[in-house]
Design a protein around this ligand. Structure first.
Ligand code: NAP
Length: 339
């Protein structure tokens, strides 16, 4: 590619924003041009103000990036085309429609626009066709918003996409969600150390709504979502009822064959990886895979009374958030020929 596309990150200092900064530091198609955070950080160098929580060193290239205010004129002057949003939903609900109306291509992690009928919840491996919804928002004459799913839903959708053909009747899901899912600083250490919290506000409703929209299926969904004292990576224990009789061997093969996905820089070589070891998967594998953190791991697969059960692990801030968003932007750029 001759020239990289200029991109901005909104909310660059949060848990998801830090993954954007890390993944965009050396991206083959995108050039990080503009980064924002809350007003108190404006004018400061990124490394001097961010509380870096990633489990590896901050890339040198982003250390001196200046945190700027949210100013659409300045962004236009800098040539920004794509905006990645890692803003809290209440801030995003004002900022994202404004960005779209000013011609930016917005790829958002926030839930505020996910359920609008002309806004896709995109996961390129599962529903690339829904990217066409950008045209109903007015692209190419106008900007648009594309969202990615809630992090638990992303892991679930990836594992279920190749199993849709069997007719998914019921989904029963219990999650074990890491603290990074609540952002930084997130929960008080008094509340989560040596403890599990069996309630995450709004989470179960999001999973039910989003899995139906992404996979265009209509199963009954039964969820419990639990916060656990783990830094990164959400585990999900899943039981499924299918319309057809399915064997565990079929499912292992379906996950192994789940490779007919767009060839994009951030698409995992093997997007769903099954492991037969009975102690697999665990959150400590969150940053495994190629690209790191983009693989959904599955294990503990079993069948009982016609139901299929398994455990999955998704990196909530990479595939489940910023990495998924970057992959969505890559899918858009490739499909509409911006490269
Ligand atoms: N964490 C996850 O696993 C995950 C997964 C999927 C989706 N999401 C969604 O992604 C979004 C970001 O989540 P997060 O976990 O990264 O949250 P976070 O850690 O709380 O980060 C929020 C970011 O937004 C900035 N911000 C807050 N209020 C602002 C304002 N009024 N104006 C400008 N910037 C403001 C913060 O800047 P300061 O640092 O200066 O306050 C920070 O950079 C949320 O909508 C969340 O629901 C999160």
């Amino acid at each position: 590619m001759e020239k990289k596309i200029k991109v901005a990150v909104m909310g660059a200092t949060g848990a998801v924003g830090q993954v954007f900064m890390w993944m965009l530091a050396d991206h083959p198609w995108f050039e990080l041009t503009y980064a924002t955070a809350s007003a108190s950080r404006v004018g400061l160098k990124y490394a001097s103000t961010v509380h870096w929580v990633m489990p590896f060193e901050m890339p040198k290239k982003i250390r001196d990036v200046e945190v700027k205010e949210f100013n659409m004129e300045a962004m236009q002057e800098e040539g920004v085309q794509i905006v990645f949003s890692a803003l809290p939903a209440e801030v995003a609900s004002e900022a994202e429609p404004q960005l779209r109306d000013n011609g930016f291509y917005v790829f958002s992690n926030a839930a505020s626009m996910r359920y609008d009928s002309n806004v896709p919840i995109l996961i390129p491996e599962t529903n690339i066709e829904q990217l066409d919804l950008v045209k109903t928002q007015g692209y190419p004459e106008k900007g648009f918003v594309v969202t990615n799913a809630n992090c638990v839903t992303t892991g679930l959708a990836m594992a279920l996409a190749p199993l849709r053909k069997y007719g998914i009747k019921n989904i029963m899901l219990h999650s074990y969600q890491s603290v990074s899912g609540a952002g930084y600083p997130g929960l008080s250490s008094f509340d989560i150390t040596d403890n599990c919290i069996p309630f995450i506000r709004g989470e179960e409703e999001k999973i039910e709504k989003e899995i139906k929209k992404i996979l265009t299926i209509d199963p009954e969904v039964y969820c419990f979502t639990v916060r656990v004292p783990v830094m990164f990576g959400h585990l999900e224990a899943v039981w499924l009822d299918f319309e057809q009789d399915v064997e565990v061997e079929d499912i292992i093969k379906d996950w192994a064959d789940f490779k007919n996905v767009p060839d994009l820089p951030s698409t995992a070589v093997q997007p769903v990886e099954y492991g037969a070891d009975p102690t697999f998967p665990q959150p400590k594998y969150a940053f495994w895979g190629d690209p790191s953190g983009m693989v959904v791991y599955t294990g503990r697969l079993k069948k009982k009374n016609g139901k299929i059960g398994f455990i999955l692990m998704v990196n909530n801030i990479v595939k489940g958030a910023a990495g998924g968003s970057i992959q969505n932007a890559e899918a858009f750029v490739k499909k509409f020929g911006l490269i």
